[in-house]
Design a protein around this ligand. Sequence first.
Ligand code: 2HA
Ligand code: ZN
Length: 270
Amino acid sequence: MKDIMTAPFMVEMIRTCTNMYAHGWDERNGGNISLMLEESDVREYGDVNRVLRTIPTGFSAPTLDGKYFLVTGTGKYFKNVQYAPDVNLGLVKLTDGGTNAQLLWGFTDGGKFTSEFPAHMMSHAVRISVNPANRVVMHCHPTNLLAMTYVHTLDEKAFTRTLWQMCTECIVVFPDGVNVLPWMLCGTNEIGEATADKMKTARLVVWAQHGLYGAGVDLDEAFGLIETAEKAAEIYMKIAHLPLVNTITDDQMHLLEGRFGVKAREGYLS
Ligand code: 2HA
Ligand code: ZN
Protein backbone atom coordinates (compact mmCIF):
# COMPACT_ATOMS: atom_id res chain seq x y z
CA MET A 1 0.00 0.00 0.00
CA LYS A 2 1.20 3.47 -0.89
CA ASP A 3 1.18 6.67 1.19
CA ILE A 4 -1.71 8.88 0.08
CA MET A 5 0.55 11.93 0.33
CA THR A 6 2.38 10.60 -2.73
CA ALA A 7 -0.81 10.21 -4.80
CA PRO A 8 -0.75 12.40 -7.93
CA PHE A 9 -4.27 13.68 -7.13
CA MET A 10 -3.09 14.78 -3.65
CA VAL A 11 0.07 16.45 -4.90
CA GLU A 12 -1.89 18.33 -7.59
CA MET A 13 -4.62 19.38 -5.15
CA ILE A 14 -2.12 20.82 -2.67
CA ARG A 15 -0.24 22.65 -5.43
CA THR A 16 -3.48 24.06 -6.83
CA CYS A 17 -4.72 25.39 -3.47
CA THR A 18 -1.32 26.97 -2.84
CA ASN A 19 -1.26 28.54 -6.28
CA MET A 20 -4.81 29.89 -6.00
CA TYR A 21 -3.95 31.48 -2.65
CA ALA A 22 -0.86 33.03 -4.23
CA HIS A 23 -3.06 34.55 -6.94
CA GLY A 24 -5.13 36.30 -4.27
CA TRP A 25 -8.30 34.45 -5.21
CA ASP A 26 -8.79 32.69 -1.85
CA GLU A 27 -8.44 35.07 1.06
CA ARG A 28 -9.05 33.66 4.54
CA ASN A 29 -11.44 30.68 4.12
CA GLY A 30 -12.58 31.83 0.67
CA GLY A 31 -12.90 29.28 -2.09
CA ASN A 32 -13.29 25.53 -2.32
CA ILE A 33 -12.33 22.70 -4.66
CA SER A 34 -13.73 19.21 -5.22
CA LEU A 35 -11.94 16.60 -7.32
CA MET A 36 -13.90 13.49 -8.32
CA LEU A 37 -12.01 10.19 -8.09
CA GLU A 38 -12.83 6.60 -8.93
CA GLU A 39 -12.29 3.65 -6.64
CA SER A 40 -9.43 2.60 -8.93
CA ASP A 41 -7.70 5.95 -8.24
CA VAL A 42 -7.77 5.57 -4.45
CA ARG A 43 -7.70 1.85 -3.62
CA GLU A 44 -3.91 1.47 -3.68
CA TYR A 45 -3.62 4.02 -0.87
CA GLY A 46 -3.93 2.01 2.33
CA ASP A 47 -5.25 4.88 4.38
CA VAL A 48 -8.64 4.92 2.67
CA ASN A 49 -10.01 1.46 3.34
CA ARG A 50 -12.08 2.20 6.41
CA VAL A 51 -14.82 4.70 7.18
CA LEU A 52 -13.76 7.21 9.84
CA ARG A 53 -17.10 9.03 10.09
CA THR A 54 -20.32 9.33 8.11
CA ILE A 55 -21.44 12.90 7.41
CA PRO A 56 -24.95 13.69 6.09
CA THR A 57 -24.81 15.91 3.00
CA GLY A 58 -28.28 17.49 3.25
CA PHE A 59 -29.12 16.75 -0.40
CA SER A 60 -29.46 13.80 -2.73
CA ALA A 61 -27.30 13.13 -5.80
CA PRO A 62 -28.11 9.63 -7.07
CA THR A 63 -25.83 9.84 -10.12
CA LEU A 64 -22.84 10.46 -7.84
CA ASP A 65 -23.52 7.50 -5.56
CA GLY A 66 -20.27 5.59 -4.98
CA LYS A 67 -18.04 8.39 -6.28
CA TYR A 68 -15.04 9.59 -4.28
CA PHE A 69 -14.20 13.28 -3.80
CA LEU A 70 -11.08 14.95 -2.49
CA VAL A 71 -12.50 18.21 -1.17
CA THR A 72 -11.45 21.29 0.81
CA GLY A 73 -12.85 21.74 4.32
CA THR A 74 -15.35 24.25 5.63
CA GLY A 75 -13.73 27.23 7.36
CA LYS A 76 -10.29 26.11 6.19
CA TYR A 77 -7.75 28.43 4.60
CA PHE A 78 -6.19 27.62 1.19
CA LYS A 79 -3.06 29.28 2.61
CA ASN A 80 -2.72 26.41 5.10
CA VAL A 81 -3.46 23.41 2.87
CA GLN A 82 0.21 22.82 2.01
CA TYR A 83 1.24 22.79 5.69
CA ALA A 84 -1.53 20.49 7.00
CA PRO A 85 -3.29 18.71 4.14
CA ASP A 86 -4.86 16.12 6.45
CA VAL A 87 -6.62 18.85 8.46
CA ASN A 88 -7.69 21.08 5.56
CA LEU A 89 -8.66 18.42 3.00
CA GLY A 90 -10.84 15.32 3.20
CA LEU A 91 -11.50 12.31 1.02
CA VAL A 92 -15.15 11.25 1.06
CA LYS A 93 -17.24 8.65 -0.71
CA LEU A 94 -20.88 9.48 -1.44
CA THR A 95 -23.33 6.75 -0.43
CA ASP A 96 -27.08 6.30 0.03
CA GLY A 97 -27.92 8.21 -3.16
CA GLY A 98 -25.53 11.01 -2.21
CA THR A 99 -27.32 11.77 1.06
CA ASN A 100 -24.33 10.61 3.10
CA ALA A 101 -20.59 11.12 2.75
CA GLN A 102 -18.25 8.55 4.26
CA LEU A 103 -15.06 10.21 5.45
CA LEU A 104 -12.11 7.99 4.49
CA TRP A 105 -9.19 10.34 5.07
CA GLY A 106 -8.54 13.87 6.35
CA PHE A 107 -10.50 16.51 8.30
CA THR A 108 -8.50 15.20 11.27
CA ASP A 109 -9.62 18.03 13.56
CA GLY A 110 -13.24 16.85 13.33
CA GLY A 111 -14.05 19.17 10.42
CA LYS A 112 -16.11 18.54 7.34
CA PHE A 113 -16.34 19.45 3.68
CA THR A 114 -16.92 22.97 2.35
CA SER A 115 -20.20 24.76 3.03
CA GLU A 116 -20.54 24.90 -0.77
CA PHE A 117 -20.67 21.09 -1.05
CA PRO A 118 -24.22 21.19 -2.49
CA ALA A 119 -23.17 23.57 -5.31
CA HIS A 120 -20.12 21.40 -6.00
CA MET A 121 -21.94 18.07 -6.08
CA MET A 122 -24.91 19.34 -8.09
CA SER A 123 -22.45 20.92 -10.55
CA HIS A 124 -20.47 17.66 -10.83
CA ALA A 125 -23.69 15.77 -11.61
CA VAL A 126 -24.51 18.21 -14.42
CA ARG A 127 -21.00 18.46 -15.86
CA ILE A 128 -20.45 14.67 -16.11
CA SER A 129 -23.74 14.43 -17.98
CA VAL A 130 -22.43 17.05 -20.46
CA ASN A 131 -18.86 15.66 -20.52
CA PRO A 132 -18.23 12.28 -18.85
CA ALA A 133 -14.54 13.23 -18.42
CA ASN A 134 -15.30 16.16 -16.07
CA ARG A 135 -13.64 15.73 -12.66
CA VAL A 136 -13.20 19.16 -11.07
CA VAL A 137 -15.40 21.91 -9.67
CA MET A 138 -13.56 24.93 -8.31
CA HIS A 139 -14.86 28.05 -6.57
CA CYS A 140 -12.86 31.17 -5.73
CA HIS A 141 -13.05 34.97 -5.39
CA PRO A 142 -10.98 36.39 -8.28
CA THR A 143 -10.58 40.12 -7.71
CA ASN A 144 -11.27 41.57 -11.14
CA LEU A 145 -14.19 39.30 -12.05
CA LEU A 146 -15.76 40.23 -8.75
CA ALA A 147 -15.11 43.93 -9.40
CA MET A 148 -16.66 43.59 -12.84
CA THR A 149 -19.95 42.39 -11.34
CA TYR A 150 -20.35 45.85 -9.74
CA VAL A 151 -19.92 47.89 -12.91
CA HIS A 152 -20.93 45.67 -15.86
CA THR A 153 -24.39 44.42 -16.79
CA LEU A 154 -24.95 40.84 -15.56
CA ASP A 155 -26.57 39.90 -18.89
CA GLU A 156 -24.73 36.66 -19.77
CA LYS A 157 -24.29 37.36 -23.45
CA ALA A 158 -23.00 40.89 -22.84
CA PHE A 159 -20.73 39.71 -19.99
CA THR A 160 -19.30 36.91 -22.13
CA ARG A 161 -18.77 39.15 -25.16
CA THR A 162 -16.93 41.73 -23.06
CA LEU A 163 -14.57 39.06 -21.70
CA TRP A 164 -14.00 37.60 -25.19
CA GLN A 165 -13.10 41.09 -26.45
CA MET A 166 -10.46 41.62 -23.74
CA CYS A 167 -7.94 38.97 -24.88
CA THR A 168 -7.66 37.17 -28.20
CA GLU A 169 -7.48 33.73 -26.60
CA CYS A 170 -10.61 34.03 -24.46
CA ILE A 171 -12.99 32.75 -27.12
CA VAL A 172 -10.64 29.83 -27.72
CA VAL A 173 -10.41 28.92 -24.02
CA PHE A 174 -14.10 29.40 -23.16
CA PRO A 175 -16.17 29.35 -26.37
CA ASP A 176 -19.09 28.21 -24.21
CA GLY A 177 -18.94 31.61 -22.47
CA VAL A 178 -19.63 32.62 -18.90
CA ASN A 179 -22.99 32.24 -17.21
CA VAL A 180 -24.00 34.61 -14.44
CA LEU A 181 -26.11 34.27 -11.30
CA PRO A 182 -27.41 37.36 -9.52
CA TRP A 183 -26.46 37.75 -5.85
CA MET A 184 -27.86 34.82 -3.88
CA LEU A 185 -27.28 33.49 -0.39
CA CYS A 186 -24.24 31.18 -0.52
CA GLY A 187 -23.92 27.75 1.10
CA THR A 188 -27.53 26.77 0.35
CA ASN A 189 -29.08 24.05 -1.78
CA GLU A 190 -30.86 26.83 -3.72
CA ILE A 191 -27.63 28.40 -4.96
CA GLY A 192 -26.36 24.85 -5.59
CA GLU A 193 -29.30 24.07 -7.84
CA ALA A 194 -29.04 27.43 -9.62
CA THR A 195 -25.29 26.95 -10.19
CA ALA A 196 -25.78 23.44 -11.51
CA ASP A 197 -28.48 24.68 -13.87
CA LYS A 198 -26.03 27.29 -15.23
CA MET A 199 -23.37 24.56 -15.59
CA LYS A 200 -25.52 22.87 -18.26
CA THR A 201 -24.38 25.43 -20.85
CA ALA A 202 -21.03 26.77 -19.59
CA ARG A 203 -18.04 25.68 -17.49
CA LEU A 204 -17.76 29.10 -15.86
CA VAL A 205 -20.48 30.52 -13.62
CA VAL A 206 -20.10 33.94 -12.02
CA TRP A 207 -21.73 34.56 -8.66
CA ALA A 208 -22.36 38.31 -8.73
CA GLN A 209 -20.66 40.23 -5.89
CA HIS A 210 -19.16 36.95 -4.64
CA GLY A 211 -16.94 35.01 -7.01
CA LEU A 212 -16.71 32.38 -9.68
CA TYR A 213 -17.24 28.67 -10.31
CA GLY A 214 -15.17 26.76 -12.86
CA ALA A 215 -15.39 23.15 -13.98
CA GLY A 216 -12.96 21.01 -15.92
CA VAL A 217 -11.61 17.57 -16.72
CA ASP A 218 -8.68 18.16 -14.38
CA LEU A 219 -7.36 20.77 -11.94
CA ASP A 220 -5.25 22.40 -14.65
CA GLU A 221 -8.20 22.90 -16.97
CA ALA A 222 -10.47 24.38 -14.29
CA PHE A 223 -7.64 26.60 -13.03
CA GLY A 224 -6.73 27.70 -16.55
CA LEU A 225 -10.32 28.65 -17.34
CA ILE A 226 -10.57 30.81 -14.23
CA GLU A 227 -7.13 32.29 -14.86
CA THR A 228 -8.06 33.28 -18.42
CA ALA A 229 -11.42 34.80 -17.48
CA GLU A 230 -9.82 36.68 -14.58
CA LYS A 231 -7.10 38.03 -16.88
CA ALA A 232 -9.78 39.32 -19.25
CA ALA A 233 -11.66 40.92 -16.34
CA GLU A 234 -8.43 42.56 -15.19
CA ILE A 235 -8.00 44.18 -18.60
CA TYR A 236 -11.64 45.27 -18.55
CA MET A 237 -11.18 46.93 -15.16
CA LYS A 238 -8.10 48.75 -16.48
CA ILE A 239 -9.87 50.14 -19.55
CA ALA A 240 -13.57 50.40 -18.65
CA HIS A 241 -13.26 54.04 -17.62
CA LEU A 242 -11.26 55.03 -20.75
CA PRO A 243 -12.54 55.79 -24.27
CA LEU A 244 -12.59 52.54 -26.25
CA VAL A 245 -10.67 53.05 -29.51
CA ASN A 246 -10.16 49.45 -30.66
CA THR A 247 -11.73 46.05 -30.04
CA ILE A 248 -11.73 42.49 -31.36
CA THR A 249 -14.53 42.41 -33.93
CA ASP A 250 -16.98 39.58 -34.48
CA ASP A 251 -15.38 38.94 -37.89
CA GLN A 252 -12.05 38.46 -36.11
CA MET A 253 -13.75 36.14 -33.58
CA HIS A 254 -14.97 34.03 -36.51
CA LEU A 255 -11.38 33.82 -37.78
CA LEU A 256 -10.35 32.52 -34.34
CA GLU A 257 -13.13 29.92 -34.44
CA GLY A 258 -11.78 28.63 -37.75
CA ARG A 259 -8.11 28.74 -36.79
CA PHE A 260 -8.58 26.97 -33.42
CA GLY A 261 -11.46 24.66 -34.29
CA VAL A 262 -13.87 26.04 -31.68
CA LYS A 263 -17.50 27.11 -32.00
CA ALA A 264 -18.68 30.15 -30.08
CA ARG A 265 -21.84 29.84 -28.03
CA GLU A 266 -24.84 29.86 -30.38
CA GLY A 267 -26.16 33.38 -31.00
CA TYR A 268 -23.29 35.14 -29.19
CA LEU A 269 -21.52 36.42 -32.35
CA SER A 270 -23.09 38.31 -35.21
O1 2HA B 1 -15.77 28.56 1.55
O2 2HA B 1 -16.00 30.81 -0.55
O3 2HA B 1 -18.63 30.67 -0.80
C1 2HA B 1 -15.92 29.92 1.60
C2 2HA B 1 -16.62 30.39 0.40
C3 2HA B 1 -18.08 30.30 0.41
ZN1 ZN C 1 -17.13 31.97 -1.92
